[in-house]
Design a protein around this ligand. Structure first.
Ligand code: URP
Ligand code: ZN
Ligand code: ZN
Length: 461
């Protein structure tokens, strides 16, 4: 298969220029002006459009047993929705519960994705506890290319990790040169505050945010950073939501802690008033860390532009309206999470670039290139260069539309962004040289996605 993409404005994290891109097989083989059309090539006219490297979402939940139920997407539905939104690779949280065998979980998660995901994909390996087999399993998985771990400093009694296991995990991560991603909230404070609010009869979704306030996330962030400092490991805070937690992370970086910062698209465009809507309307917007006061938006956007926030992911985690009703009368039972995999790129482009002051380069960097660098995918992914995988997003900035569950491809019956306007969308998306999306429709090969085996950043001590 040969593709020639003509006259697009190529935008990478560093460069912006108009040229043609030749794709042969799965790879970009030439970039230049007025390239000859090879016999039999499909020609795509990208005049008036941007050509971005395929976007990478480093924080999604597809298969997720959580809070007594399961997230709604399958790898087929989630990956096709991702592609329609311009995401060509995702990294899923492989999240066994504390008592589950890690290798059983590995076989379960990979078995579900294989032959079903249309995107390329990889996994962060969840570490919830430390037993006799943990270290051996982790060494084996890292040797097999899964070069990042995931820990939860929250969700006591489910995924939450104790400090002793956290220390051992980080010590091993340092030795192996892998990145440890972390959900940072003080689990004990969350439990105590939840119990206090419920005892006061405060049961609705509007109490979710007060049960895990900004300080609780800042405390979790500082705690994780201290453990990184003591072990020398490389860390990555996931879904950072507010200025206090940001300051805790930046303080740690200033004293030399090796820490990356991720935020997720809901925290840039939604605020806690969405979760304060009565009943299930509020429950639709319950996630952790919670949606915050709108005053945090300016700080997050500014930190993103400065590159202090490294990446923008989704924390895609869809539960439908019936599942959200599980928390009627008790906000602690509302399954946490919202869908966003299809909307991240369009929302970041619209409210960052088109209507905000985010530069196109930082947009590409935060949603693709830097993610690829942090997680050992670069330059195969996250770049437009000869030799890189031909994962390309031909983006139409003239498109105007509105997000709605009715037109969304995620396997869910509501959208947390219902009615949000978008100022652009992918018109063509390719994955390793094959066209997967045209004008909002999946036209690719279901199940063609490959498991991406990654490389550690550096050899350990
Ligand atoms: O509310 C959220 N974030 N749900 C998914 C689980 C997690 O914490 O990432
Ligand atoms: Zn989390
Ligand atoms: Zn998550």
């Amino acid at each position: 298969m040969t593709l020639l993409i003509q006259n697009g404005e190529i935008v990478t994290s560093e460069k912006r220029y108009t040229a043609d891109i030749l794709v042969e097989g799965e790879t970009i083989t030439q970039i230049g002006e007025r390239l000859a059309v090879p016999d039999g090539a499909e020609v795509i006219d990208a005049s008036g459009k941007y050509v971005f490297p395929g976007f990478i979402d480093p924080h999604v939940h597809i298969h997720l047993p959580f809070m007594g139920t399961f997230a709604k997407d399958t790898h087929a539905t989630g990956s096709q929705a991702a592609l329609i939104g311009g995401t060509t690779t995702y990294i899923e949280m492989l999240a066994p519960a504390g008592s589950d065998d890690l290798m059983d979980a590995w076989h379960l998660w990979t078995g579900m994705a294989e032959g079903n995901s249309a995107c390329d994909y990889s996994f962060h390996i969840g570490v919830t506890a430390w037993n006799d087999s943990t270290e051996g399993y982790l060494r084996e998985l890292v040797a097999g290319g899964m070069t990042s771990f995931k820990v939860f400093l929250a969700y006591k009694g489910a995924f939450g990790i104790e400090d002793a296991a956290l220390f051992k995990t980080l010590t091993l991560a340092k030795e192996l040169g892998v990145v440890v991603t972390a959900h940072c909230e003080n689990a004990e404070l969350v439990s105590q505050l939840q119990a206090k609010l419920l005892s006061e009869g405060k049961t609705g979704p509007e109490w979710h945010e007060p049960s895990r306030p900004e300080q609780v996330e800042a405390d979790g962030t500082a705690h994780f950073a201290t453990f990184l400092e003591m072990t020398g490991a490389e860390g990555y805070v996931v879904h950072l939501s507010n200025a206090k937690a940001l300051n805790a992370a930046l303080d740690a970086k200033a004293r030399g802690v090796n820490l990356h910062i991720e935020s997720v698209i809901p925290h840039f465009v939604l605020d806690k008033t969405f979760a304060e809507r009565p009943g299930v309307e509020g429950a639709k917007h319950v996630m952790s860390p919670p949606l915050r006061d709108k005053s945090n938006h300016a700080a997050l956007w500014a930190a993103l532009e400065r590159g202090e926030i490294d990446t923008v992911a989704t924390d895609h985690c869809p539960f439908d309206v019936a599942q959200k009703h599980m928390g009627d009368g008790n906000f602690t039972l509302i399954p946490n999470g919202i869908p966003a995999i299809e909307d991240r790129v369009n929302l970041l482009y619209t409210y960052g670039v088109s209507r905000g002051s985010l530069t196109l380069h930082r947009f590409v960097d935060a949603a693709s290139t830097r993610t690829a660098k942090i997680f050992g995918l670069y330059p195969k992914k996250g770049e437009i260069a000869v030799g890189s995988d031909a994962d390309l997003v031909i983006y139409d900035p003239a498109y105007r539309g509105t997000i709605s569950a009715a037109t969304s491809h995620v396997n869910n019956d509501y959208s947390g962004f219902e009615g949000f306007a978008i100022d652009g969308r992918p018109s063509v998306v390719t994955v390793r040289g094959q066209v997967a999306v045209r004008d909002g429709a999946f036209v690719g090969e279901p199940g063609r996605g490959q498991l991406l085996r990654r490389v550690p950043h550096r050899s350990g001590a």
